[in-house]
Design a protein around this ligand. Structure first.
Ligand code: URP
Ligand code: ZN
Ligand code: ZN
Ligand code: ZN
Length: 457
């Protein structure tokens, strides 16, 4: 064996039990009591939790957006991921008019092969069908292990939005291929109407970012996307759900047996729209924005009852000077916030303080994302799976400061957040990449995760 982790409490989505884990060739080869193996790498995990690494299925690294590029390179973003117990990230490269899916993906792979500190996969954002060629190419993308695609129902002026007809074509094609479409749902026309009105009235602070895209603006698009998907009998995954009304529409569809998946993010669970009234409100600007208390409570409720399937981050940080572009005009604030290093610690703190179970956190952050997106070697601690392992100390207290994060950004919305319990080690396929506060991995260690179309949940 290459590694033996002894006496930890192993947590899966279903149960927790004390046992040892043996690792060989990057895989889990044994789980049981009193394992013995020929190895000098023995880790005593007595009193600690041993968890599967998280999959952050929503990141935007080095992404051109909002007149700049998101602040974390592939290296910095995956280094931060490792230090927060995330062992696989899913990035969202964007296909623009005239580009091919595989062209875009391969250009990202060329960077990641040298820079990735954890494993990686892609959902490709499709913004233009190139006269139908992209629908053809989707088959080759699926064969290459890209089994999910995204479309934006917003971001008209960024040339990223698709219309409803394109959404329908993508849903049908994905269904045919055993793939899935992820949707960013907000209504662009309502947003434009509100922005025009507020700017004309001289209402330019970050608070008007929220008021230009409040609850019903997101709900309209959630409902429309789910309506199309259910009638076309195609699976759909709604990213970064933040509003109650849209969530309820998804829950109804799920209850009727439709394949609708819902993701939310830690920022919607932690903050409400009140943050936009703060002097530094612009730093919290992301789309969709944080919503009111009622929506937040509905999200937590659905986390507990099982109607939310995944929690991921939408990690898309920008530097302070970039956020400052919108000091006097909220439409000039690049949209997005940091989160990849905070996801697992935040959700595990919620378990540690009694809000939900550790098993449910594993399900939301690891097991479900692996199943929904076809990563059959990820998402659980079981024999034959990749040895993506996090050792978690329930008694270690940690306060988030930008200085103890491992990204390249210069501020974080999580500044000052106190967490009870924190990861102490992260392993990617048996390789130690994070050790008691320090990144100890190496760029280039991460591998592309070739996924499989449609596996049974
Ligand atoms: O504000 C956000 N979320 N920025 C990243 C792009 C997106 O919409 O997911
Ligand atoms: Zn989005
Ligand atoms: Zn996003
Ligand atoms: Zn305690």
């Amino acid at each position: 064996m290459d590694l033996l982790i002894k006496n930890g409490t192993i947590v899966t989505a279903k149960e927790s039990f004390v046992a040892d884990i043996g690792v060989e060739g990057g895989k889990i080869v044994a789980i049981g009591k009193d394992l013995v193996g020929e190895t000098d790498k023995v880790v005593d995990a007595t009193g600690k939790l041993v968890l599967p690494g998280a999959l952050d299925v929503h990141t935007h690294l080095a992404m051109p957006f909002g007149g700049t590029v998101s602040a974390d390179s592939y290296l910095a973003g995956t280094r931060a991921a490792a230090c927060g117990g995330v062992t696989t990230i899913f990035d969202y490269p964007i296909q623009h008019k005239g580009e091919t899916i595989l062209g875009v993906i391969n250009s990202k792979k060329e960077i990641l092969v040298n820079e990735a500190c954890v494993d990686y996969a892609f959902h490709c954002c499709i913004t233009d069908l190139n006269g139908g060629e992209i629908l053809e190419e989707m088959e080759r993308a699926v064969e290459a292990g890209i089994t999910s695609f995204k479309c934006f129902l917003v971001y008209k002026k960024e040339n990223m939005m698709v219309d409803d007809g394109t959404l329908a074509r993508l849903l049908l094609r994905a269904k045919e291929l055993g793939a899935i479409i992820n949707v960013h749902a907000e209504n662009p026309d309502l947003i434009d109407l509100n922005i025009e009105k507020f700017l004309a009235e001289g209402k330019t602070s970050a608070w008007y970012h929220y008021l230009s895209r409040p609850e019903f603006v997101e709900a309209e698009a959630d409902k429309r996307a789910v309506h199309w998907a259910t009638h076309l009998e195609a699976p759909i995954y709604i990213v970064h759900m933040a509003d109650k009304e849209g969530l309820e529409a998804c829950i109804e569809a799920k209850k009727s047996g439709h394949e609708v998946y819902v993701e939310t993010c830690p920022q919607y669970l932690e903050f409400t729209c009140d943050v936009y009234k703060r002097e530094d409100g612009r730093n919290f600007v992301c789309s969709p924005p944080m919503k009111g208390k009622e929506s937040q409570e509905a999200l937590w409720e659905a986390i507990k009852t099982g109607f939310i399937d995944t929690v991921a981050t939408d990690h898309c940080p920008f530097q302070s000077y970039e956020k400052d572009w919108g000091k006097d005009n909220f439409t000039k604030i690049p949209n997005g916030c940091a989160g990849v290093e905070n996801l697992y610690p935040y959700m595990l703190d919620a378990a540690n303080t009694g809000k939900l179970s550790f098993e449910r956190v594993v399900e939301l952050c690891s097991t479900n994302p692996a199943k929904i997106f076809g990563c059959k070697e990820k998402g659980s601690l079981a024999i034959g799976k990749d040895a993506d392992i996090v050792i978690y100390d329930k008694e270690k207290d940690f306060t988030v400061h930008v200085e103890n994060m491992h990204s390249d950004y210069d501020h974080t919305i999580w500044e000052g957040k106190e967490l009870h319990g924190y990861p102490v080690q992260t392993y990617v396929r048996g390789n130690l990449v994070y050790d008691h506060g320090d990144f100890v991995g190496k760029p280039g260690l991460g591998r592309f995760v070739k996924r499989e179309a449609k596996i049974n949940l």
